[in-house]
Write a protein that binds this ligand. Sequence first.
Ligand code: SAH
Ligand code: SF4
Ligand code: F3S
Length: 476
Amino acid sequence: MSENWSLPSLKDAKQRRRTEVQFIRKEFELDETYRELGKHRRYIIHTYGCQANERDSETIAGLLEAMGFTSTQHDEKADIILLNTCTIRENAVNKVYGQIGNLKQLKQRNPELLIGICGCMTQEEVVVNKILETYHQVDLIFGTHNIHRLPELVHQTMFTKERTVEVFSKEGDIIENLPAHRFGNYKAWINIMYGCDKFCTYCIVPFTRGKERSRLMEDILSEVNEVLEDGYQEITLLGQNVNAYGKDLKMDDGFADLLEAVALSGIPRIRFTTSHPWDFSEKMFNVIAKYDNIMPFIHLPLQSGNNDILKLMGRRYTIEEYTEIFMKLKSLIPNCSFSTDIIVGFPNESDEQFNDTLKAMDLFQFDNAYTFIFSAREGTPAAKMEDSISMETKKERLRILNDKARHYAYQNNLAYQDKVVKVLVDGLSKKDKSVYSGYTETQKLVNFTGDNIVEGEIIEVKITEPKSYFLLGKAL
Ligand code: SAH
Ligand code: SF4
Ligand code: F3S
């Protein structure tokens, strides 16, 4: 172990300190030492996990480009490969280990290649120890709290030719004005807060992302105006619990106020994710319903339809409370679509308890459901629970749940037959270059044909054939 390393500590990550968060708002300026580091060199970033990671990768790309690196789409052509990782479930982690393994050959052929691992996995002690022991092809490990230190870390790794490990378990300050290379041309991610204080008993995020910290409203609004001036049509406000925005800043109704201010900016489409059912307020309902540029689509994670399981999960709402919020949104927002997250096979979940989740599916009839088998995460309370349910049973439950989810997704889509919807054109479909694709206001994917289609425009499309998870249409 090098004495210069800072390694993650689960104990530190679990603590919530009272220390005030500082806002570092000075203009970004790259130290001269790092400005030429990337000259004639190329980078590639592979991003796993949620939108928080997508947005972090944009900052990482922005920093690398400030250092003179240019991007490439091919690992073989890269001088630096970064894996921005996710540890939400075991299978996410295994994917990354597989990818690190694959990179070994490239490294053997090109010893100058710099391989770096960052993101939520590196915030875990067990992961960093395993990489250090097993994967000698990895040169650089950094965490979610020290992305701004990337230029120095890359410099250090390149010049010492030794491995660099720097992971802070204590979340630091909020650093504004870092450069970003946004990957979307019409849709922008905007962080409104970092971290999570909910501590759902199954979830690792509070340990990998630190305590809940909101950005200042004026900084968020200036980013919104920036993307608006750059021609962006849609923004998504990001946070693990956007509804809790501003609580740490002692704002009374922070998210409602922020959302209203963002709506008044005039950006054509506003989305937000994720809304934890716990923190909804009356004012939030009203703002969401009031503005046409706040899209009629809500991701409202349910996790389970059974109150005892919800309690064990630490979700802090009952199925009755969830129902009230859901029905209220449904009645206030015409044609609103809903998606959700559901976990099956939480430790000792009985058949009856699982049936309550199926009943909830029948009640809410979600447009989309992201479904997962419970995965034990090191350091979380649920990982310590003994579990009497076999993996076979869990897989069978997932299959039954997915069948139901597909059924309702299709039923909801059937209502779109022959309707004319507004679609923001993303471009040619990635899977089928003979059609264009884009999303409706209700976040339905539409594949469509038409003449003189312009990317980034919001156009009218008539739906000709609904499928389970997308719609076919014709531009008008
Ligand atoms: N902050 C968001 C969720 C972020 S994680 C919220 O609370 O709604 C995205 C989803 O992954 C969660 O909603 C949950 O359904 C799932 N998930 C999280 N931890 C998990 C685990 N240990 N096993 C299985 N699924 C998990
Ligand atoms: Fe995880 Fe719960 Fe926080 Fe969502 S609210 S990130 S599920 S701890
Ligand atoms: Fe994964 Fe981290 Fe997001 S664990 S889901 S990338 S916050």
